[in-house]
Design a protein around this ligand. Structure first.
Ligand code: SF4
Ligand code: SF4
Length: 157
């Protein structure tokens, strides 16, 4: 009986806290809508997707492959990103590059974004600065898993 009473007291306490936050936030939100400035920070609603929040400079967003001046990928298919990726979602196939300085290039470079955990290890491991996660694209989605498989063309966009 005492246990059940404690249970209901906690439920009521939870409802009171939630309601207090709800009405206080709504009050400040109404003031903001009316153009009345207050010292209180925090009662901010971003009307996404019409409004977009500025992304931090150090963000990690959708990968992109960097290109050389001639348009070919900067990647030399060294496989370091493939090795370091904890999600095993990078697939690279190496081919011989006639340019002796490059030696190899990726004939296939695929990232399965659906499996990626956005750790950024691939970017850190790359010795050629060939892969970056600074595209600013964070609102990508797909109807199938295949829509989230990014190949060389998509990554070099
Ligand atoms: S961000 Fe991490 S999980 Fe995603 S592809 Fe790079 S290494 Fe793999
Ligand atoms: S680590 Fe860089 S150079 Fe090496 S395969 Fe990955 S993207 Fe290419």
């Amino acid at each position: 009986m005492i246990k059940a009473l404690g249970y209901f007291i906690e439920i009521i306490r939870g409802i009171v806290i939630t309601s207090r936050h709800f009405f206080v936030n709504m009050f400040f939100h109404i003031l903001k809508v009316l153009g009345i400035k207050t010292k209180r920070k925090g009662a901010v609603t971003i009307q996404y997707p019409e409004q977009k929040k500025e992304i931090a400079a150090r963000h990690r967003s959708l990968h992109r492959l960097m290109a050389r001046e001639d348009g070919k990928p900067r990647c030399v298919a060294c496989m370091l990103c493939v090795t370091v990726c904890p999600s095993e979602c990078i697939y690279v196939e190496a081919a011989e590059d006639p340019d002796l300085e490059m030696q190899k290039y990726p004939s296939k470079f695929i990232i399965d974004i659906g499996r990626c955990c956005f750790c950024g290890f691939c970017v850190e491991a790359c010795p050629e600065d060939a892969i970056r996660m600074d595209s600013g694209e964070i609102d990508f989605a797909g109807y199938t898993r295949d829509d989230l498989v990014y190949d060389l063309d998509k990554l070099l966009r």
